[in-house]
Ligand binder design. Structure first.
Ligand code: FAD
Length: 1036
């Protein structure tokens, strides 16, 4: 593509050119005003720190509270508590140490919020380099003030850390006077501190201006005769200061730095070229700076004879074909380039827009949406751009282009990229519209007005062409799905959008459609999948260039390695889109949703019901996969239905008959060794293809590891396995292995899969998951304390865990361990997951715990100490700080497997109860004729049906929309299933009489596990809290 010099007219230049002219006019008006107000008598400017030179602790606290789920306003309230004698003010005056302050302050915050408040983490954030950084606008202002011969001073507080080191985040050389409250023992608003400062400056109060964000501090200064400026935001305050001082404080160019060594360009030839082109007569120098961003194409600021310009050029070296579409008739600076006018304004590099009010953030995103609509509304023909790109088939061409780009820079096989390369061409949308498209439309490519949410200019047009505009909409939503720690392209998927005020991606799409007068975009998941695919291809290119030393950013190598992460995100969207299409295919079998009854009697010995559907015709092959909720096994697809019947037969032939022997093994002295009968049955199940049925199709679309069932399909089979306590293990479908295997499939490296996943899939090894700790409330996973510390090429873990299911099993080879790598990181980024081989020295099993006296041998539930356990670094899953994310993913489908099995427990209990009450007579009639018994049977049937429908609905939603979208349904069924099963089993036990409590029947064990699952899968209350939260969030 050829973008011509900006000095020729084109519609691309029009928007920013107009904005630029407007801005220049405004700037000139502004400077007029300054000249009139000039000649001030001020001789010094005194600055407060927090909220003036660096972000205010209040603002930092507000965002930290949101991220850490601390009641809003807690920190601020605690900072102000006690006034002059509160911990904060005493700390400021250094009357207490940093440790003492943190202790007192932590206690105060916890009392106020009635929850534990990790103030250490807040303090670390407050004093971190990321937050405690001087606002560039203030740095510029201070430079200008001093250049005009005025003095500067700062009134700072206590900037000493617990280690007694000062971290004052300022260059002291910027100030003539620095007054630190902790050194002087006095603090604002005590008038003495202002007097001290003036004394050191050698000035009268009226000769100085004081800037602060807090009213009482300003009031105290004003009462002495100092002129004051209230700082609400630094930009506006600097303007006010400019007005008072009578000269401009903004001469620098934001977001620039001296030209990087490897990116230097010949100034002389450039100057000559520009002088000729612009007809400038000047002997003055050409000022050259480099913009911080512009990863692929280095971008420079040029000032020549009062002209502010921007030059963008191709990077040096051999490039991938058409990745850097910048061309110019001839090359003056080594590679092709173009030049445009400089448009001053604000560029928001962090898409979460820190420091802004929620309404302001929303306005920024709305403005972004509006300008995109404006670009897409340009009539290419009317502005002479009808030949700006090829007509039609834009998306297929884009897919081909980016596949080609990716292949050209490929360094190793990435499974998700391979899947996408096959999937994308098969799911192309029918293109509806062709407009001008920007091709790289992101927040940080927009220049905003400094005072209002208005876009002044749109940058980076290299990828612009004619094409499908929805590409731009999707691309501008990438940040919604990327974490804030993502290098190159920061995201905010770990932030609460409602609190931030930023519209969710879906809303952003809707907003766009509404403004453009279009129907809602149904297939936007395709566009998201493609956008992430494209980003992955770009990252791969950056990575490849980093290998040949051409990348323009030092982070290139690191970012390129993120290709795999981004391609997995792309694949998640592809899966969602696939299910959406499935769902919309016409139903051939409208009766799939019909009610069903339990009929036909069952085997005399193992009274398990058969669900049959007299009203439902045999399911057609079109069946379940068409998206209807399949509520009966008979409506499953023929292959899955056949699998179901094979499993049922297997249960009747092999599993139920083995139960007495398996049960007595568990009570014998040999119980801590696996039962040989189990091992024998495992081989039989494997031979019959009743193996690894659990892994959802969505996690394993190629059926590489499992049977490739959807969650709904598996729900029916899992329920059937749940009718026996032993069947899940026999079919290699038991927890905690299932969750761990899924974790490895989703997040494991190829080496981790080879070492751990394969033996688990083969049923040769077992595993455990170690999160819960005796000393902290582990239902809140962020509480866990076990430490994971880096030491040379190892991670060293120390911690005390308990209730670790399966850890006592001699076959247990892998412990998936959750601990903290960084206790000072944001709350959900502290934890990491490590794969710990069970034979590593330092793992000390203290004892097996019992559940109502049951040991659950041979796996058991162990209390364990990990003492200086050295684990190779390559055993980290995904990377440090990703533990919470992994735990959430691990507990996705695994979470509802327990619920599916609980339906099985309940069905078996009810079947046993019915058989029992029919055969026993009391007070002259069979028990089944007692009204209370009948009522119990009826209640149990109804409760089972209700819970099953909810399980199936959750599974169905997981299939159609993904685990995240099904969060409410998952929490609902986890709330419902264990209690329902407890009630149903309890009624069966009651009907059995004392025999129900014995181990002659599975009822007592069913009851025990149903009760235990009200903790093991997270306490009921936590699920209730989730349901309530989502209910309040989405259904007001
Ligand atoms: C049989 C069994 C097997 C287990 N297997 C494993 C395993 O393999 N690996 C592992 O790491 N852990 C395992 N666990 C532990 C289990 O995950 C924890 O018991 C569970 O997360 C609760 O943590 P806790 O016991 O520390 O209870 P706490 O967190 O101390 O909670 C105690 C109680 O506080 C209340 N509560 C908590 N949060 C809220 C809230 N938000 N609102 C209202 N009330 C609340 C609830 O009543 C809760 O029961 C197992 C537990 C059992 C019983």
């Amino acid at each position: 593509m050829c973008v011509r010099s900006c000095f020729q007219s084109s519609c691309l230049q029009w928007a920013w050119r107009t904005a630029f002219l407007k801005h220049i006019q405004r700037r000139h008006q502004g400077s007029h005003r300054w000249t009139h107000l000039g000649g001030s008598t001020y001789r010094a400017v005194i600055f407060d720190m927090g909220g003036v030179l660096i972000p205010s602790p209040g603002r930092v606290a507000a965002e930290w509270e949101v991220q850490n789920r601390i009641p809003s306003g807690t920190i601020l309230k605690a900072l102000m508590d006690g006034g002059e004698n509160g911990p904060w003010m005493r700390f400021m005056r250094a009357e207490i140490t940093a440790e003492g302050f943190l202790r007192e302050f932590g206690r105060l915050c916890s009392e106020m919020s009635k929850t534990s408040v990790p103030v250490d983490s807040f303090f670390s954030l407050l004093t971190s380099e990321r937050v405690a950084k001087q606002f560039p606008v203030m740095t510029e202002a201070i430079t200008q003030i001093r250049a005009k011969g005025l003095q500067t001073a700062v009134l700072s507080n206590n900037f000493y850390l617990p280690n007694q080191k000062s971290f004052l985040p300022l260059d002291r050389k910027q100030f003539d006077v620095v007054v630190e409250s902790c050194v002087e023992g006095i603090c604002k608003p005590d008038p003495r501190i202002y007097k001290l400062c003036l004394e050191r400056l050698g000035l009268q109060p009226s000769e100085s201006i004081f800037l602060d964000d807090l009213g009482p501090n300003l009031k105290a200064a004003a009462s002495l005769g100092i002129h004051t400026i209230k700082v609400n935001d630094p930009e506006t305050a600097v303007k006010e200061l400019e007005a008072l001082l009578g000269f401009t404080l903004r001469l620098g160019v934001p977001n620039t730095q001296p030209v990087r060594k490897t990116m230097e360009i010949p100034k002389d030839s450039l100057k000559k070229y520009l002088k000729d082109l612009l007809g400038i007569q000047t002997t003055g120098p050409l000022e050259l700076l480099q913009f911080d961003h512009g990863q692929s194409n280095p971008t420079y600021y040029i000032r020549l004879a009062n002209r502010d310009l921007v030059l963008r050029k191709k990077p040096p070296g051999t490039l991938l074909p058409s990745a850097h579409a910048i061309e110019r008739e001839f090359s003056v600076v080594g590679t092709p380039f173009y030049v445009m006018e400089y448009c001053p304004g604000l560029i928001y590099k962090d898409p979460s827009l820190p420091g802004l009010e929620p309404s302001h953030r929303r306005a920024i995103y709305t403005a972004m949406n509006t300008v995109l609509c404006k670009i897409h509304s340009v009539d290419p023909q009317a502005v002479g751009l009808e030949d700006y790109g090829k007509q039609g088939a834009y998306i297929p061409r884009q897919v081909r282009t980016w596949v080609k780009q990716y292949r050209a820079s490929e360094t190793s096989t990435i499974p998700a990229m391979e899947r996408l390369i096959e999937w994308l061409p098969l799911h192309l949308p029918h293109q509806q519209r062709t407009t001008l498209v920007h091709g790289d439309f992101r927040l940080d490519n927009l220049v905003f007005h400094p005072e209002k949410p208005e876009v002044l200019a749109v940058l980076d047009w290299e990828l612009s062409t004619l094409g499908d505009p929805l590409i731009d909409v999707a691309y501008s939503c990438l940040a919604h799905y990327l974490p804030s720690s993502f290098p190159v392209l920061r995201g905010f998927n770990d932030c609460d959008l409602t609190q931030l005020g930023i519209p969710a991606a879906e809303e952003y799409f809707r907003m766009y459609c509404l403004q453009m007068g279009l129907p809602p975009t149904e297939n936007w998941n395709f566009y998201m999948a493609f956008s992430f695919f494209r980003l992955a291809a770009i990252l791969q290119g950056v990575y490849r260039r980093s290998l040949t030393g051409q990348a323009s950013s030092a982070h290139a190598e690191q970012t390129g390695k993120l290709t795999e992460f981004v391609s997995n995100l792309a694949w998640d969207f592809a899966v969602k889109e696939g299910f959406r299409v499935f769902k919309e295919m016409p139903f051939k079998n409208p009766l799939t949703r019909s009610c069903h009854t339990w009929a036909r009697s069952q085997s005399q010995w193992y009274p398990i019901g058969t669900r049959s559907y007299s009203s439902v015709p045999e399911a057609s092959p079109a069946h379940a996969s068409r998206g209807g909720l399949v509520i009966s096994p008979e409506s499953l697809s023929p292959p899955v239905r056949e699998l179901y019947h094979r499993l049922k037969h297997f249960m009747e032939q092999h599993v139920y008959p083995a139960e007495p022997e398996l049960q007595s093994h568990q009570a014998s002295a040999a119980r801590w060794s696996p039962s040989p009968l189990i091992e024998d049955l495992k081989e039989k199940a494997k031979a019959e293809g009743l193996w690894n049925l659990f892994l959802p199709l969505e996690a394993d679309p190629e059926k590489k590891y499992g049977a490739g069932l959807t969650n709904v399909e598996y729900a029916h089979l899992c329920e059937l396995m749940g009718t026996s306590l032993y069947a899940p293990e026999i079919c290699n479908c038991s927890a905690p292995d299932t969750g761990n295997m899924e974790l490895l499939v989703r997040y494991g490296t190829e080496a981790q899969k080879a070492r751990w996943l394969m033996p688990l899939l083969e049923g040769k090894a077992r595993s455990c998951f170690a999160m819960t700790e005796p000393q902290v409330a582990s239902s809140d996973a962020t509480n866990i304390e076990a430490s994971i510390r880096e030491e040379d090429s190892f991670y060293v873990i120390n911690g005390h865990k308990w209730w670790i299911t399966g850890i006592l099993d001699p076959r247990c080879q892998l412990c998936v361990f959750m601990g903290k790598t960084d206790p000072h990181a944001p709350r959900h980024r502290q934890q990491s997951v490590l794969l710990v081989p069970m034979d590593t020295p330092g793992i000390k099993i203290i004892r097996p715990l019992t559940v109502y006296g049951l040991e659950d041998a041979p796996g058991g539930h162990g209390e364990v100490r990990f003492e200086h356990v050295h684990v190779p670094k390559e055993n980290m899953v995904l990377g440090p700080g990703r533990g919470f994310e992994i735990a959430q993913g691990r507990l996705g489908p695994g979470r509802i497997h327990h619920c599916m099995r609980l339906i099985g427990f309940s069905e078996r209990a009810l079947a046993l109860m019915k058989a029992r009450v029919k055969s026993r007579v009391a007070f002259g009639k069979p028990l089944v004729e007692q009204g209370t018994v009948l009522a119990d049977i009826a209640l149990s049937r109804v409760e089972i049906e209700q819970a099953r429908l909810l399980v199936l609905r959750a599974a169905h939603l997981m299939d159609l929309a993904g685990n995240k979208a099904a969060a409410l349904d998952i929490a609902m069924i986890k709330m419902v299933a264990p209690s329902m099963a407890s009630r149903v089993i309890d009624r069966a036990i009651q009907a059995f009489g004392a025999a129900g409590l014995s181990s002659d029947y599975p009822l007592a064990q069913f009851f025990t596990w149903a009760r235990a699952l009200r903790f093991a899968d997270g306490p009921d209350e936590v699920h209730r809290a989730t349901v309530a939260k989502l209910e309040l969030k989405h259904r007001i």
